[in-house]
Write a protein that binds this ligand. Structure first.
Ligand code: NAP
Length: 272
């Protein structure tokens, strides 16, 4: 790993790349934005409601990387029109989109017997449909250019399920099928257009599945429940958001072009 003179960059794997991270201004998304910026990428960050937090985080990135280009884009990923508008805003602002990280996500936990229609619908809409709308709009642009990276943030809960999280588990499992289909279709369209070349960095789509990560989302989990969870994690601790982010920037690198349609666990060994 190299540290560029005069900046806080940790490398230059993503120099000249433009990335959009949904929910990119706090929690795991903020760590992903930082790590992509640390590798030289221009980073656009989507967010839902927290305008103040978005402005604070934008200022933090601008201060850390004064020579970098960053922007924030409000919008509700549960709405197809907002997703299409956000993708277009990013392309208009930065000239192109190389990397899309679908990280925005919510929980509305209740057991199946108590789950209201709105608890189910809103989680599916944000976590699964939001990823689809964003990916669909980004894919069109990436196919025209012949290259791109899409990384979807799922969860170990999508692999193993969890009491009180039928909506969340279903939305996160849904990302596995969506990722694999997007990965196949990307290659299919590139081949048809004569753009599938051996020496190209290609257009890949992958999923990262974090275990339990230290963020505000997990702050909602009672201490007693967290202690119980830790006993099920071979590493016996939660992940730092940076530990998820480094896998995302690895998958986004040009040299990761042979990795597509994959599910990458970052969970302290929880699913062994
Ligand atoms: P978080 O701290 O709650 O942050 C969620 C982010 O998503 C926020 O930036 C939020 O924006 C944005 N967001 C939420 N709803 C949105 C909407 N409708 N439209 C646009 N943006 C929206 O969450 P986190 O813990 O960092 O989790 C990030 C991702 O990792 C999620 O997909 C989550 O499911 C996944 N994950 C988390 C864990 C964990 O332990 N934390 C484990 C596995 C997977 P605003 O703040 O502006 O509303």
């Amino acid at each position: 790993m190299t540290t560029d003179q005069g900046s806080r960059r940790t490398g230059s794997k993503l120099a000249d790349r433009v990335a959009l991270v949904t929910g990119g201004t706090r929690g795991i998304g903020a760590a992903i934005s930082r790590s992509l910026a640390g590798q030289g990428a221009t980073v656009a960050m989507g967010y839902g409601r927290d305008h103040e937090r978005a402005q604070e985080f934008l200022a933090e990135l601008q201060q850390t990387y004064p020579d970098g280009a960053f922007s924030v884009h409000p919008g509700n990923v549960a709405t197809a029109d907002d997703c299409r508008r956000t993708i277009q805003d990013v392309i208009d602002t930065h000239g192109k989109l190389d990397i899309l990280v679908n990280n925005a996500g919510i929980t509305r936990d209740r057991t199946v017997l108590k789950m209201e229609d709105d608890d189910w619908d809103s989680v599916i809409q944000v976590n699964l449909s939001g990823t689809f709308y964003m990916a669909q709009a980004a894919l069109k642009h990436m196919l025209e250019r012949g290259t791109g990276r899409i990384v979807n943030v799922s969860s170990i809960i999508g692999e193993v399920g969890n009491i009180g999280q039928a909506n969340y588990a279903a939305s996160k499992s849904g990302l596995f099928g969506l990722t694999k289909t997007l990965a196949r279709e990307a290659v299919f369209h590139l081949e048809r257009a004569g753009k599938l070349q051996d020496n190209s960095i290609g257009l890949t789509v992958n999923t990262v599945t974090p275990g339990y990560v230290n963020t505000e989302m997990v702050e909602a989990v009672p201490e007693k429940v967290l202690d119980k969870i830790k006993t099920r994690i071979p590493m016996a601790r939660l992940a730092d958001p940076e530990e998820i982010a480094r896998v995302v920037h690895f998958l986004c690198a040009d040299r990761s072009s042979y990795i597509t349609g994959q599910v990458w666990g970052v969970n302290g060994g929880m699913d062994m």
